[in-house]
Design a protein around this ligand. Structure first.
Ligand SMILES: [Zn+2]
Length: 220
């Protein structure tokens, strides 16, 4: 189907002629279009060809009660492709294992600048789907047993993130909040719990709007 999904307003699209059903049946991926009515397409570690964890990971028998938003502090690439998103995840995992000495990718999920949502640490996606357990993270000391870490590709100290990435972040946060019963007020920035500039002044300043948009997405 030669449809420019990115050019369509979501509500207009949903009021359309059943195209969403057709798109879903055809397995098409619509980045950032998740809502309470649709489970977002989150690419698994197997799909982006992750390395196995360097050490066994810990599955916790508790839900998450918070989301921490991060930026990777990587280049603000203009490659918005899925292939690039996969590469970002592989590079990020290698950095965390080889340079930081961690067991696996530190965060639970990653959002690419193109708006793709991807699993970070192994097991994060299946536990999120179940909604009762979480994988111990390595994204913020003191918060790894209770908060879901979401890394955004790029650096947002002085520029805003691309619209597609923001939409992907909203969709992912809405799904995480829904699955674990997390109030949107508990969507926080890394800097709220650690001495860091992460997720950058621009992205941090957008968190109040993010909470509103996530609440709206959950109510849709
Ligand atoms: Zn961070």
């Amino acid at each position: 189907m030669a449809i420019d999904f990115k050019g369509l307003d979501r509500r207009t699209f949903l009021r359309g002629t059943g195209l969403l059903v057709a798109a879903g049946a055809a397995g098409l991926v619509l980045p950032g279009m998740a809502s309470a009515a649709t489970v977002p397409r989150i690419y698994s570690c197997a799909e982006w060809n992750a390395r196995p964890p360097a050490d066994p990971l810990v599955t916790l028998n508790n839900k998450a009660n918070r989301i921490l938003v991060h930026h990777i502090a990587s280049a603000n690439s203009t490659d918005y492709s899925l292939a690039h998103a996969f590469q970002i995840c592989r590079d990020n995992q290698a950095d965390h294992i080889d340079n930081n000495g961690w067991s696996d990718t530190g965060q639970h999920f990653t959002v690419s600048r193109g708006g793709y949502q991807l699993e970070g640490r192994h097991g994060s996606l299946s536990t999120l789907r179940g909604g009762k357990q979480m994988i111990r993270g390595a994204h913020c000391p003191g918060q790894n047993d209770n908060s879901i870490g979401i890394e955004n590709e790029g650096t947002y100290t002085s520029v805003e993130q691309p619209a597609a990435q923001y939409k992907g972040l909203v969709a992912l946060c809405a799904y995480v909040c829904k699955q674990y019963g997390i109030p949107v007020a508990e969507i926080k920035g890394h800097r709220d719990y650690y001495n860091t500039e992460c997720p950058g002044d621009k992205l941090y300043a957008r968190l109040p709007q993010l909470r509103k948009d996530v609440a709206a997405a959950m109510a849709a």
